[in-house]
Every structure is written in structure tokens, then in C-alpha cells.
Design a protein around this ligand. Structure first.
Ligand SMILES: Cc1ncc(COP(=O)(O)O)c(C=O)c1O
Length: 421
């Protein structure tokens, strides 16, 4: 039996860095990445045969846990009926009808194959619809790896951002303004000077890519009002938060309707998917109805849709959200109590089934706060919990997830292990 270490050595010879997505290299915590072999419910089995309770959940999609029987059955049936057609299927319409019925303000949906693609399309659609070029985004929000979203804050608010990756044209960074998350005054300053050039403001309505950061009171409402004022579209990137906190989007739960919503992760139930939704008026700008081109060989793939549809139906019918919220509360309260008792410099942020232990006492409102956390302490926590049988995200800038398959007993065991840290 080959170990994770042996697999990683082999992988590094044929896959850049040995991984197909950088965070999996575990550079944030050090050590060798764990190789997963199988998963069932809240648990995964490693190549070494160890069993871990998984709090990563494939970075969000597995809200029902690994290999939920009804989802696997739906996938197997769809696969047996044909893996892909590149032509229309009834399932695509049923899926769009279901999603539109669950998200007020989403009258039409276009399916793609990843969250990155969904955001890329939403940005192009916003530019095509408004006839404007520029975009405003927030430092610490991640929107996938399309060029215009790989821009971080530069030297000044009004000068456009700087590329956070080699290979992104400086031309593109000039078109993207970057504001600190939760800083409405900065947004207003940028919009005052450039409002008539801005096609869209894009935001994670609850940020999940600098750890879990809540929107400050009035922040999202302020963005809604400011974008409406200057004629820019407001895009809520709900690739993480869509169907995570209720059988709908966070925008719906917060009673704020963006112009466009991007979705991914949960709506595919573990299969590759992404989606862009909005009003008929805006969505009609997409080809073939309108002038904004977008396409995809595997878009609306029947196997991915089978997984996504079954997942959404189960979420709607079983409503596991109160349970996930309760487990999340138990976990975060437990961590915070232990931190208090042992005088540890950390606190745990939590919203529903999402949580992040931040390794400093002070609350986190933006990327600068998150960067001020002790990443070495996070790495020690990660390895301690891993050795105790709990898999958490291997980066201090991520959200951990509790699924409907987790149990109170597992949360209690997690806390017991944490207390021994
Ligand atoms: C908020 C958000 N948007 C977009 C993406 C990109 O999605 P994908 O990895 O499916 O391309 C992610 C991925 O984590 C995300 O968290």
C-alpha cells in the first residue's frame, strides 16, 4: 500500500506541484498533503487506511456529506442514460425552474461548469449590459481565477489594483478597483470618482476566502444603494454561500436582491457546476438572445445536474439547516470557551455550518485583520487536529464546513481533541 507521501512524490513528477489546485499542496500548514481514497457521510478514508472526520467537505459542495445514497443513485442513473449530449435535456429546464423558484430575483439561469466560469460570465454580462469597462471588487474576496478577478489592492484606492498572479495583463488590472471589505466609505469614494465607468461591484456577501468574515451592518445595503445610484450592477458571488445557510441564497435571507448572482459548489452536489442568475432583462443579453457571448461543451451536463438536483431537493425537503447551525454553534462556543479557559490567542467565527478559528483575539472585519492572525499557530492546530482524526482546511484563510451528516458526538470529540492542543 503506497502512502500519501509516496503518492505525493510520484505526483510531483507529472503534475505541477503535485496538485490540481494550489491550496491542496498544504503550503500554508506544511507537511505532506493527505491522499483521500473514499468518503462516506462525515468521514473520509485516506490511502493509509486512516479514518478522518472531514470538516472541509470538498471546500463546500458536500453539504449532505460524502456519497449520500440518494445522490449517488441519481448520478448512477443519469450516467447510465448517457454522460453528455451537448444538446438540450429536460433536466436542464427542471433544474433552472427549481433554482429560479428558490431564489426571488433570479428569473433566468445559465449553467456553466465551475464557479470561475460563472463569475467570468457575470463580469462579461455586466460589461455588455452596462456598456462600461471597470469593475470594483474587495480585497480578500476570491472569485475564481479569471484574469480580472486576480487583482489585489494597489497603492491607492483610485488607481486600480495590482495583479496577484503572473500572466495577468496590466491592462486588465487598470480596469479593476479594489476596496477593503466592509469599508463602505472607500466604495463611495471610488464610485464618486469613477461611478459612471463602473460596470459592476462584485462581492462575497459573507466572505469565505479570508476565513469567515461577516458583512458589517449596513455594508451590503450600502452597496445595493450605491450601485443603483451610479448604474453599476451588483453581483453577489454566492459560490460558497448559495444554499449553504438555507435552501436559497444569502442575498435572499438578508433580503437584498443583487442584479446578478453567481453559484457553484452545492448546486452541483459534488460534481463540477456553476451558474449565473438574474432578471430576464439582464440575462437576455446573453447569447443567443443577446450580444454577450458565452458557451460550454459540457454546460448543463446531465450527470452533474442529477447530483445537483437531488442535493437541492433533499435540502429543500429535509431542511438540515437548523441542525447544521446548532452543531456550528456548539463547535464555535466550545472553541471559544476552551480558548478563554486556556488563555489562547484565538477566537472562532461561525455562521450556520461555516466556521473559522482565527488565531488572534480581535474580531476580523477584512483581509488586513485576517493577515494579522498567527498562521504558525494555525498550522500547529491543523496538524494536531489531523493527528487526532479531524481534517480541517489546510489554510488559515479558509472556511471549514459542517455538513448535514455530522453528529453532536463528532463535534464533542472535535472539542475534546482541541482542548488537548
Ligand atoms: C466565492 C467563490 N467564487 C468563485 C469561486 C471559484 O469557483 P471554482 O473553484 O468552482 O472555479 C470560489 C472557489 O472557491 C469561491 O469561493
Amino acid at each position: 500500500m503506497a502512502t500519501s507521501k509516496q503518492w505525493f512524490q510520484r505526483a510531483k513528477k507529472v503534475i505541477p506541484g503535485g496538485v490540481n489546485s494550489p491550496v491542496r499542496a498544504c503550503n500554508g500548514v506544511g507537511g505532506t498533503p493527505v491522499y483521500f481514497k473514499s468518503g462516506n457521510g462525515a468521514k473520509v478514508q485516506t490511502e493509509e487506511g486512516a479514518e478522518l472526520v472531514d470538516f472541509c467537505g470538498s471546500w463546500g459542495p458536500l453539504i449532505l456529506g460524502h456519497a449520500r445514497a440518494e445522490v449517488v443513485e441519481a448520478v448512477a442513473k443519469a450516467a447510465a442514460d448517457g454522460l453528455s449530449f451537448g444538446a438540450n435535456t429536460a433536466k436542464e429546464t427542471e433544474f433552472a425552474e427549481l433554482v429560479c423558484s428558490l431564489i426571488p430575483g433570479v428569473e433566468m439561469l445559465r449553467l456553466v461548469s465551475s464557479g470561475t466560469e460563472a463569475v467570468m460570465t457575470a463580469i462579461r454580462l455586466a460589461r455588455g449590459y452596462t456598456g462600461r469597462r471597470k469593475i470594483l471588487k474587495f480585497d480578500g474576496c476570491y472569485h475564481g481565477h479569471t484574469d480580472s478577478m486576480l487583482v489585489a489592492s494597489g497603492s491607492g484606492l483610485l488607481t486600480g489594483g495590482i495583479s496577484s498572479s503572473a500572466g495577468v495583463s496590466p491592462r486588465i488590472t487598470e480596469e479593476v478597483f479594489v476596496a477593503p471589505y466592509n469599508n463602505l466609505a472607500a466604495v463611495q469614494e471610488i464610485l464618486k470618482a469613477n461611478g459612471d465607468e463602473i460596470a459592476a461591484v462584485i462581492v462575497e456577501p459573507i466572505a469565505g476566502n479570508m476565513g469567515l468574515v461577516e458583512p458589517a451592518e449596513g455594508f451590503l445595503e450600502g452597496l445595493r444603494a450605491a450601485t443603483a445610484d451610479c448604474g453599476a450592477l451588483l453581483i453577489f458571488d454566492e459560490v460558497i454561500t448559495g444554499f449553504r445557510l438555507g435552501p436559497t441564497t444569502y442575498g435572499t435571507l438578508a433580503n437584498i436582491t443583487p442584479d446578478l448572482t453567481t453559484l457553484g459548489k452545492i448546486i452541483g452536489g459534488g460534481m463540477p457546476i456553476g451558474a449565473i442568475g438574474g432578471s430576464t432583462q439582464i440575462m437576455s443579453y446573453l447569447a443567443p438572445l443577446g450580444p454577450v457571448y458565452q458557451a460550454g461543451t459540457l454546460s448543463g451536463n446531465p450527470v452533474a445536474l442529477a447530483a445537483g438536483m437531488k442535493t437541492l431537493e433533499l435540502l429543500r425537503d429535509e431542511n438540515p439547516y437548523p441542525k447544521m447551525n446548532e452543531l456550528g454553534k456548539q463547535l464555535a462556543t466550545g472553541i471559544n470557551q476552551i480558548a478563554e479557559k486556556k488563555e489562547l490567542a484565538l477566537h472562532c467565527a461561525q455562521h450556520g455550518g461555516m466556521f473559522t478559528p482565527f488565531f488572534r483575539k480581535k474580531a476580523i472585519h477584512n483581509l488586513a485583520d485576517s493577515k494579522a492572525c498567527d498562521q504558525k499557530a494555525h498550522a500547529r492546530y491543523f496538524h494536531h487536529m489531523l493527528n487526532a482524526g479531524f481534517y480541517t482546511p489546510p489554510s488559515g484563510f479558509e472556511v471549514a464546513f459542517i455538513s448535514a451528516a455530522h453528529t453532536e458526538k463528532q463535534i464533542a470529540a472535535f472539542l475534546k481533541a482541541f482542548e488537548e492542543w
